[in-house]
Design a protein around this ligand. Structure first.
Ligand code: FES
Length: 349
């Protein structure tokens, strides 16, 4: 354990803990944009600078490990001025269109500008004018709003292990993009949407919930119905309709991780292709019927086939989208009633 002082309070934390992690749970807030507890700390945004006695410069709290006897000040005039300048430098090359930006109300850059009273930037000069990548139907990329924190790159590489994007070019023209700067849906991206979840600004947008302000959304936690993993997430509901999904970090199975199906395919709830009524195919055409007629039809035909060809001429396919109980009943029905072990499942693992 390492003993140190933060804002005059003596604390003791395990060796290797960073200053940012050391203040967790203490009520002390250190602003941060490029830090995430699940990702490697890179010290890219510098917003988390603090003052450490004996240090020549203001170190980044997210990437500076505690040392025995360290005395840290998380906020004083010098630190606040440094943070203000950092925010002003970010705004100098930012569209600053908060009135119409999709992330208004859910933007960390906006939050910190509010907290530190930054209305505009005193630095003028060239602004980035990258085209917006919106050709796929799930994720919109606006490089002009990117602050190059790299969280999207790290989550893609360190958590999802996809490596769909990286920093490209240098200096003013640096941006995060795919190999050869191709659109996301060319080859690389698996559309898990983890990058959207990590992005602290409006650089990455979930197109499904575009056009909705965060305060219009009611969140309801549920379990993903797509496979047997049991991931939890928050359904985003507006006016009684599910419009999208966002991760819920308290999910015991998956944390904030989601796959493309869980994150983006809730639109199937309202698909006109869903079978919502029993249908019987007559002369090649599916016709609506009652549950009684449909079940009698199935029972008569299964009995006939079993009598004519034996139970092993029948097989059942079940689904990971059904509950465990439904799947259990299906196999029980096949084994105990039909008399066959011909049972399979779309997620046969
Ligand atoms: Fe520490 Fe960005 S949060 S440098």
């Amino acid at each position: 354990m390492v003993q140190l002082e933060i804002n005059g309070i003596a604390i003791s934390v395990p060796a290797g803990t960073t200053i940012l992690e050391a203040v967790k749970g203490s009520g002390i807030e250190i602003p941060n944009l490029c830090y995430d507890k699940d990702l490697t700390a890179v010290g890219a945004c510098r917003l988390c600078v603090v003052k450490v006695e004996g240090f020549r410069n203001l170190p980044a709290a997210c990437s500076t490990a505690v040392q025995e006897g360290m005395r840290v000040l998380t906020e004083d005039n010098e630190v606040v001025e440094a943070r203000k300048t950092i925010l002003e430098l970010m705004l100098a090359n930012h569209p600053n269109d908060c009135m119409t930006c999709e992330r208004t109300g859910n933007c960390r850059l906006q939050d910190y500008c509010y907290i530190y009273g930054i209305k505009s930037s005193p630095f003028s000069g060239e602004k980035k004018e990258f085209p917006i990548d919106s050709v796929n139907h799930l994720i919109e990329r606006d490089h002009n709003k990117c602050i190059l924190c790299g969280k999207c790159v790290r989550v893609c590489s360190e958590v999802q292990v996809i490596n769909a994007t990286e920093f490209t070019d240098r200096g003013f023209y640096t941006k995060v993009t795919t190999p050869f700067d191709k659109p996301l849906d060319t080859d690389y991206c698996r559309f898990c949407g983890q990058c959207i979840e990590m992005c602290p600004t409006g650089a990455l947008i979930n197109k499904q919930i575009k056009g909705t302000r965060p305060w219009e959304i009611k969140k309801v936690r549920t379990t993903c119905p797509f496979c047997g993993t049991g991931c939890n997430f928050d359904l985003n509901i507006k006016d009684g309709k599910v419009i999208g999904v966002s991760a819920n970090e308290n999910s015991p199975v998956n944390g904030r991780a989601l796959c493309v199906k869980g994150r983006f395919h809730t639109d199937l709830i309202y698909s006109p292709d869903r079978v919502t009524k029993p249908l019987i195919r007559e002369k090649g055409v599916l016709k609506e019927t009652t549950w009684e007629k449909a079940l009698n039809y199935v029972a008569e035909n299964l009995s006939r086939i079993k009598a004519e060809y034996g139970p092993d001429s029948i097989a059942a396919l079940s689904s990971a989208r059904c509950t465990i109980e439904d799947n259990y009943i299906m196999q029980k029905f096949m084994r105990a009633v039909v008399g066959t072990n011909n049972v399979d499942h779309c997620a046969r693992t």
